[in-house]
Design a protein around this ligand. Structure first.
Ligand SMILES: [Ca+2]
Length: 410
């Protein structure tokens, strides 16, 4: 019994000593207190990048000069693991090409491991679940639609009115909440009114995610470099942020505690001629006619373009058949175009339309549609065999009538 008490006494003493030791650690010395007033900071260097030349049009094939950024930390204490997520506009910068740990990075002298290596590009189609207030889209819920993947629900939680037109539009940046925690930024390329209050957007997102954790060695304190990110060169004039997604950026200490931090984002300015994407639609009415009848071909350019030429092309629906110009028409004040095709040949034809773009928008080509022109006398859609059968029946009936008339006369 006595022994037990002694053991318990020892345990209590040990616990008290440990608590005291903890207290010593917890009570920060004066300089640490100064550090807590200056929290850790994650920054991109340089914070201002300018590439490209005025008057030049950059594309995926003709990029600006490449550029590289480094991600730095300052004021960290006991850094054990880190992850950074940086998003940017794919329409301007394309994809980052490489991410790496540069010479002298924070875990250089340790045995460490990669946490994540992601250079991601996402092209998405989203449809608002209900009517949308374009001037106040925050809180709206969207269905994220990917072919062959289950439908996911995204909530619009952030909005940057990039063209300052006061409403959700092409060029704007939206922040979507995916699930409970994940946030992702998207640039709206096309915003389409579905006519029933709902809207469809075509949007894209691009980001780099990178990290590291120590396997063995000592944690890092002070200022240093985390990683280096290389871009092959911008693909379009404009301005892109290089911004941290805070929900997916963290600094952990050796007790896996998250260090509070501030961020220093960066901006890339791309000089040159910058144009936005556009789309063009095509419809044919009717899609099946007999030769000599009219097919009305119509469509529109998005965003609306008045008095611009639209080329309508056609080809036989056969492999190797070449596209020929059917007509060149001009859009009206409503941005729509129409052409009435008086058909003069039979067969199945593919139709498409295109426009050449202008100073603000890139050219676009429509999808291909199919029309069928049948010989005169054949009801549209009627099979040729049925036509022969009908002709045979007609001949039999006529023969019958002739026979009947002959009998009647004789
Ligand atoms: Ca806008």
């Amino acid at each position: 019994m006595q022994k037990h008490i002694t053991q318990m006494g020892f345990l209590i003493t040990l616990t008290m000593m440990l608590a005291l030791a903890n207290l010593i650690v917890i009570i920060p010395p004066a300089n640490t207190q100064a550090q807590s007033q200056n929290p850790a900071k994650i920054t991109i260097t340089p914070e201002h990048i300018e590439v490209g030349q005025e008057g030049v049009e950059y594309t995926v094939e003709n990029r600006t000069e490449p550029f590289t950024i480094t991600v730095e930390v300052s004021n960290v204490t006991d850094l054990f693991a880190w992850q950074v997520t940086i998003w940017y506009l794919h329409s301007i910068l394309g994809n980052a090409s490489k991410v790496s740990y540069p010479e002298g990075h924070v875990f250089q002298n340790n045995d460490f491991t990669n946490l994540t290596v992601m250079i991601e590009y996402i092209s998405a189609k989203l449809i608002s679940q209900s009517g949308l207030n374009l001037t106040n889209p925050l809180g709206s819920v969207w269905d994220y639609i990917v072919e062959g993947a289950p439908k996911t629900t995204y909530k619009l939680v952030g909005w940057i009115d990039r063209d300052y037109n006061g409403e959700l539009s092409q060029k704007d940046i939206v922040e979507f909440l995916i699930g409970k925690e994940r946030k992702q930024f998207y640039e709206i390329l096309i915003l389409k009114d579905l006519g029933d209050g709902r809207f469809e957007i075509k949007a894209e997102s691009a980001y780099v995610q990178y990290g590291a954790a120590i396997l063995s060695g000592s944690t890092f304190s002070g200022d240093g470099t985390l990683c280096k990110i290389e871009f092959e060169g911008a693909i379009r004039a404009g301005q892109s942020p290089l911004n941290f997604t805070k929900a997916e950026t963290y600094l952990l200490n050796s007790t896996l505690g998250e260090m509070p931090y501030e961020v220093g984002n960066a901006t890339v300015i791309v000089h040159g001629i910058g144009r936005d994407p556009s789309t063009i639609t095509i419809n044919a009415d009717p899609e099946r006619v007999t030769i000599g009848k009219n097919i009305t071909i119509s469509g529109e350019i998005e965003p609306t373009k008045r008095d611009v030429p639209v080329e309508i092309l056609y080809r036989r629906n056969e492999t190797g058949a070449e596209w020929k110009t059917l007509a060149t028409v001009t859009t009206g004040t409503d941005g729509k175009y129409t052409y009435v095709w008086t058909t003069n040949q039979t067969g199945e034809f593919k139709l498409k339309s295109k426009w050449a773009g202008d100073a603000v928008n890139l050219p676009a080509e429509s999808k291909e549609i199919l029309v069928r022109i049948t010989a005169e006398g054949i009801a549209p859609g009627m099979d040729i065999k049925l036509y022969i059968i009908a002709a045979v029946i007609a001949v039999i009936i006529i023969a019958g009538i002739v026979l009947y008339l002959k009998k009647f006369r004789s």
